[in-house]
Design a protein around this ligand. Sequence first.
Ligand SMILES: Nc1ccn([C@@H]2O[C@H](COP(=O)(O)OP(=O)(O)OP(=O)(O)O)[C@@H](O)[C@H]2O)c(=O)n1
Length: 420
Amino acid sequence: MQIYKVGGAVRDRLLERPISEVDWVVVGASAEELLAQGFRPVGADFPVFLHPRTGEEYALARTERKSGRGYGGFTFHASPEVTLEEDLLRRDLTINAMAEDAGGRLIDPCQGQRDLQEKWLRHVSPAFAEDPLRVLRVARFAARYAPLGFRVAPETLALMHQLAESGELQALTAERSWKEISRALMEPRPDVFIQTLRDCGTLRELLPEVDALFGVPQPAAHHPEIDTGEHLLAVLRQCAEHDQPLVVRWACLLHDLGKGVTPAEDWPRHVGHERKGLKLIRAVNTRCKAPRDCQELALLVGEYHTHGHRALELRPSTLLELLQRFDVYRRPQRFEEFIAACEMDARGRLGLERRDYPQAGYLRGAAAAVRAVTVQPLLERGLEGAALGEALKRERLRALETYKAEALGEPGDPPQTPRL
Ligand SMILES: Nc1ccn([C@@H]2O[C@H](COP(=O)(O)OP(=O)(O)OP(=O)(O)O)[C@@H](O)[C@H]2O)c(=O)n1
């Protein structure tokens, strides 16, 4: 049996980028031989095994897809007769279809090295279409390597288009899609992921609610030349530039969905888009099987992001309701994530990239002010039950009034912040 290093590790070594994990391909061996050596199978039908000590993935060299219950609803044909070249020729992109033998010699039957140099994401063969997830993978690689100047080859984009139109993407399981979407959102250019999916007609299939934002005008406070979809791309870019975690990026992706369903006579102000968007956000959350923390923050940001932007104008009672809705006493982190999402949204407006977002500090200070109110003095006064709850609320409101007066100066007109 021969073992070769394949895929991402070879690609990233040539690109002189950090290598996250190493995949191996095994030629000239059967599943039984690997099992006898202590390898553990991953999944039922997919010919991948974990090394008994290192835990790295070893795949048997494989060829065409066959139907089966296994990985994402299909499995591959693997046997000791399959050669390394046959295996490489059925991989997704030329830059992923290179291997290295034990002596470090490069095996590159699909000109992957040339495409690395010329910065093309190019599919290897029509076998690309055997796994529709590859459409998302290409968009994810585009998001990762855009800063290096990589582009999707026109013929690959055309094939991705065909796959989107064939309806094959519908066969993808939510789990596999979510894995790609969530990884892509964490790449350096998540906006390129969305843009690439749009370019090949896949966004309409995968996230029609997001696709609907393109072409929808923005409120006047925005730069007039960018529409809601382009604004979303700018927001995602800000998320990456500010190293935001996945929960924030997911919430940003969905925060404006309501603008895609406001009637044209409500354009460009989109009055009430926050509430209108909730149903759509819920639908996307469920369909994508997003994790619970992502789902929760997306709904909260969708509903309250304009509150965030208008924080300095909010009455203390409204501010208190907002803080309570976020449960800042027990979940301070979630409020921080909300603030971050609002800030990225604001920064996604052209011209605001570098300016301050005073709402962030103000909201943080407000949360600290209510958290500083302690229940002990009220207990000492013998309060309990509903009376205690009322008194605590009054104290918190007072704390916010004092905070607001000190932070913004009294009484004065509240500063006007534009609707975003
Ligand atoms: N749907 C897929 C998934 C994977 N591969 C092949 O399997 C390799 C390993 O896949 P994976 O570990 O998912 O991705 P990497 O390319 O290693 O990239 P990453 O850095 O994102 O892990 C890829 O390089 C590619 O050759 C493929 O052709 N089609």
